[in-house]
Ligand binder design. Structure first.
Ligand code: CAA
Ligand code: NAD
Length: 291
């Protein structure tokens, strides 16, 4: 099986790494050549760390790198049996891509979206293959997070589901079945928590590092919620909040004003170097944020 991954940002590069490590020939496509370079460098760094920690052999690392191709040419995806999309969380942009891919990919090719919050059928419906369209929702950082939510729409066929469940298991990951509702399982619960943590900072409940420390040491979370928000990407989190609010009309999904202001200021979190923390120095320091 040849896997195509569209988008070489945080998620696309992680998904591509997981596929190549499992022995799939993997074609990574992005419109931005700078991002392709960044994605490739991230994969090389991540594989290096796994070798250092004894979780991967140097031979497997070299093999994984050989399975990967990076390209800005969308036409290269025409030979893929499975295409996984991990581009910006925007329905209009994703659907433009799906319509293009539907024209170039063979009829048997399965399409999968890694969307965090959009409904899968709203994308499947613009293609000629809604029966071969699923959600495959991976978690960040993909090389370390074992879960994948497998999302079946009202049109996904049983054969497609069987193929993708097998595929997820072949990556060494644990699939869980989720219905096609905004946020699936994890984000339905995780996103309001992250947004509430931002609201707590807005209301002056505690400082950014104290909210993080409290949830790490008081609730046993591996990362505090503001560190995690920076890790997800604040631009992506704001888009997810808007989409989930639009779907559920519940205030817990509403994107807080502070998050909007930070995105407007270009503070996108770890990937841009600054968010709730400034990552340009080690260890990172809290951003003043005018609060
Ligand atoms: N590849 C390879 N190695 C990596 C890595 C990567 N991408 N990222 C981190 N590591 C390594 C670190 O370098 C570190 O190595 P050393 O032990 O040699 O230092 C090791 O993994 C462990 O990292 P940490 O020391 O930071 O330790 P940790 O125990 O905190 O593990 C973590 C890291 C797994 C990321 C953990 O902090 C964690 O689980 N955080 C929460 C992540 C989470 O909730 N993700 C979901 C986000 S939401 C989402 O994805 C859905 C959505 O739609 C928005
Ligand atoms: P990102 O901003 O890091 O990367 C997006 C990439 O898509 C960029 O490299 C961009 O150049 C590329 N791109 C945009 N339009 C394109 C197009 N038409 N064709 C090809 N490439 C294009 O974003 P991300 O964090 O990797 O998120 C990608 C998707 O995964 C989103 O749907 C997001 O909701 C979802 N997701 C994100 C996380 C997370 O923690 N960040 C976790 C799970 C799922």
């Amino acid at each position: 099986m040849i896997v195509g991954v569209v988008g070489s940002g945080l998620m696309g590069s992680g998904i591509a790494q997981a596929c190549a490590t499992a022995g799939y020939r993997t074609i990574v496509q992005d419109t931005d050549t700078g991002q392709l370079e960044k994605g490739k460098a991230g994969i090389i760094r991540s594989l290096g760390k796994l070798v250092e920690k004894g979780k991967l052999t140097a031979v497997d690392q070299a093999t994984a790198l050989r399975w990967l191709t990076f390209t800005s040419d969308q036409g290269a995806l025409a030979e893929c049996n499975l295409v996984i999309e991990a581009i910006i969380e925007d329905l209009a942009i994703k659907n433009r891509l799906w319509a293009e891919l539907d024209r170039i990919a063979p009829a048997a090719t399965i399409f999968a979206s890694n969307t965090s919050s959009l409904s899968i059928i709203s994308m499947a419906a613009v293609t000629s293959r809604p029966d071969r369209f699923v959600g495959l929702h991976f978690f960040n950082p993909v090389p370390l997070m074992p879960l994948v939510e497998v999302v079946r729409t009202v049109r996904t066929s049983a054969a497609t589901l069987e193929t993708v469940f097998g595929f997820v298991r072949s990556l060494g990951k644990e699939p869980v079945a989720a219905r096609d509702t905004s946020g699936f399982i994890v984000n339905l619960l995780l996103v309001p928590y992250l947004l509430d943590a931002i609201r707590a900072v807005e209301r002056g409940v505690a400082s950014v590092p104290d909210v993080d420390t409290a949830m790490r040491l008081g609730a046993g979370h591996p990362m505090g919620p503001l560190t995690l928000a920076d890790f997800v990407g604040l631009d992506t989190l704001a888009r997810i909040g808007d989409i989930m609010f639009d779907e559920y009309r519940e205030s817990r999904y509403a994107t807080p004003a502070l998050l909007r202001r930070m995105v407007a200021a270009g503070l996108f979190g770890r990937k841009s170097g600054r968010g709730f923390y400034d990552y340009r120095q080690e260890p990172p320091v809290p951003e003043p944020l005018g609060i």
